[in-house]
Design a protein around this ligand. Sequence first.
Ligand code: SF4
Ligand code: SF4
Length: 674
Amino acid sequence: MSSSAIELSLKGSYIMATAHLKLLSRFLFGGETRFDGSRKKSLEAAFSSVIKRQEENSSRLPDLDGMKARLKSDREFSVGNEGLLEVAVENLRKNRFKVVIASSLEEAFEAAVSAIGAEKFAVKSKSNITKEMRLVERLSESGIETVETDIGDRVLQLSGERPSHPTGPVSHLGRKAISEIISASSGLDVPADPEAIVGFLKTEIRDAIQKARVGITGANAISASEGSVVIIHNEGNVAEVSRLEKHIIIADSNKIYEDLASALNMVKLQTYYATGSVTTAYINIISGPSRTADIEKKLFYGVHGPKEAVVIIVNRDQQAEWRKESQYCIGCGGCLLECPAYLEKGPRFGSAYKQGGIGVIDSAIKEGMEAAYDNGLYSCLKCGLCKENCPVSIDTPSMIGKIKEEAVKDERLKKRLRPLRLVANSVTFAANARGALGAFSAKGKKTAYFPGCVTTVNTPEIRDAAIKVIEYALGERPSVLEGCCGGAWDSFGFAEEREKGFNEFSKRAEESGAEEIIVSCPHCYEILMERGDRLESAGVLRVLRFSEAVGNAEFIADNGLKAAYHDSCVFGRRYGVYDEPRKALKNAGVEIVEMERTREKAPCCGFPLILREPLSGGPIAQKVADSAISAGAEKLITSACPGCYYAMKRTSGIEVEDISVYLSKKIIKRKEIL
Ligand code: SF4
Ligand code: SF4
């Protein structure tokens, strides 16, 4: 069989596998969950306005990095700190709060019911833990009607939808959708006008507050040394709810901070990352029930505020160390603003009470692997934009990777993960077979080039071009190691197979006698870099990126092409490599025009979703293409990543070419290479 016939049949097996994956995911396992078009637009508009406000206000927080560093160290100190919890409880009690420690949400619910006592009506303000408890629904089942007093939460209470942001829960709903919801629930015709909507809800909520004797709130922070509860809000409702006869505060133990200074640093960051503003309209610091000693120094409780204030602290097991990192989350929603999966899938990506990748992690920890799978474990692109936009730099993508490794061991998910196993199997088999057939010489050179399995099977034009360019830049043809490094298994969490795949690769590398390996695929680069010591034992001393290896070569520079460069998430955000490929392209006469979001903020191409959920993945790639067009680019150049190239090739409106292919056309013909 000729080499091209082999390639065709190997590619065929991969195409069959991916088609199988699409069919299985669509028809057998419920397929792709889509986000309603108008809700998606409303969400995008709401999030864009937050980003814009953040940009406008950034100069008002000149020490943002210092504040973030302080927050990170405060979270590391306080989360899971049982000693600090004891100090907080002691000082809250000194301030006359009644304090209940609940070790589960169930216990917290029972404590709340007991604190409500004989009352049959309550009002509540925004609190994420009460959403997690389904407090309002469960109180109503127990005969205690509870009305949400935040405008957004009240709309959700009427519609029954999932919140789309921790502090802006109806960011996905426009005025028309909201007017329909409240008109349907009230039987009145409430116009689709923001003023009319707010006016209607304000009256309804005010009536409820006047009727209630019990107010329930969450807490943004509890300061241990002062024994105070900090609650931030814009609407003013918390001030009303917390001044009723009885105030019940429900908070997770991870809301405890050492002191008020730490708590206030956090709320400032929470406000900025959630809304783009530097402060909320109100910051309430509550240190016990309302009291006076004005009459003969005799202490009376319940003057203009509550006679009784109860703090229910939910103190759950934080579990393994890496899981603890997810508890550093301050619930600001910053990670959602540019998350490509969230912008496409909306609140279905995440749990019912916590949105996006961090919500998937939270559900894996609290509800198990099946819940994580249902909430979008495999929809996360591991692009790292969430980490970039997080005030605590929570490493969501790497936690998602660890959860996948646990998910594949879960017997209950075995059948549902079969299509993913099949794809990994097909692509590695095809690439390894290609290597075994030996179309390229794999031995005898100091430098080897490793294209990776997806490039070999799916985008061989990158491989062929890269070989040419490397040969040109180095003055000698490299040996070529085809096959898989284990990365295909890694993407889905099959850790055992990944390590087996890497061992086989490392054996081939040793047999090749290469001292350095040039890699074009960013995911292979990551796998190899993370196992540098094992490669060294195989005699491989260096791993180089394609653009690193060829970046200093001289290329034909005669056309002054205006092109946008699409940074790969791994080379960019993971390894901070931005200038190197741009330099190589400039050497070839390219004028780089930067897209609106570029470098650290560069959007993801959506490749992992394109295979499994093409209706969500396709628009993610198209956004990148549209951004390149808006920047005035004539061409969009990808980073030698086979995933980015595959995704971007399927967009419209702009020509897409990979950096390796582009540079291969700019080789200055020299005698010794021809
Ligand atoms: S890694 Fe990317 S897709 Fe995944 S949660 Fe973070 S931003 Fe979203
Ligand atoms: S993960 Fe980070 S950005 Fe996302 S809500 Fe939590 S603290 Fe905010």
